[in-house]
Design a binder for this molecule. Structure first.
Ligand code: ZN
Length: 137
């Protein structure tokens, strides 16, 4: 069953995953409303703790709220779409999602944002000219 705030969360996100930016219109699976800070960690059910996420990002994120920066090994919190700006932490290099900061690198790793299956999808979308999407400002 969809979260009661799903329509609001979807519209706020511009109908694209707030982590890997895949647009709902071209994603093969569902995009869902997820809790940024998982409820088991005390995260609320309010709008400021909800994000629109593709099933792939949501699956890999699970209840994680942090990870180890692949460059430094330091414990680092994950990207929070409600307080962080996507473009500050990530950028595209073709169809590869690159973390620009410890938060970006850690999130890209924990959410497996460059696993082969999604890279193939992005590469195809790039050729079609429908990816990457324009970032909301
Ligand atoms: Zn995603």
């Amino acid at each position: 069953m969809a979260h009661p705030r799903h329509e609001f969360v979807r519209a706020r996100a511009g109908s694209a995953c707030e982590y890997c930016r895949i647009p709902a219109a071209v994603y093969a699976g569902p995009l869902t409303t997820e809790h940024i800070i998982a409820r088991r960690h005390g995260g609320s059910d309010r709008d400021d703790n909800l994000a629109f996420a593709c099933a792939r990002c949501n699956l890999h994120k699970g209840p994680n709220i942090a990870g180890l920066d692949p460059e430094t090994g330091e414990l680092t919190r994950l990207f929070n779409p409600r307080i962080d700006t996507w473009g500050d932490h990530f950028e595209w290099s073709g169809h590869i999602l690159v973390g620009r900061t410890p938060i970006g690198r850690t999130t890209a790793r924990v959410l497996a944002m460059n696993e082969p299956a999604i890279r193939v999808v992005r590469a195809a979308l790039l050729l079609e000219g429908v990816f990457p999407p324009i970032e909301p400002s």
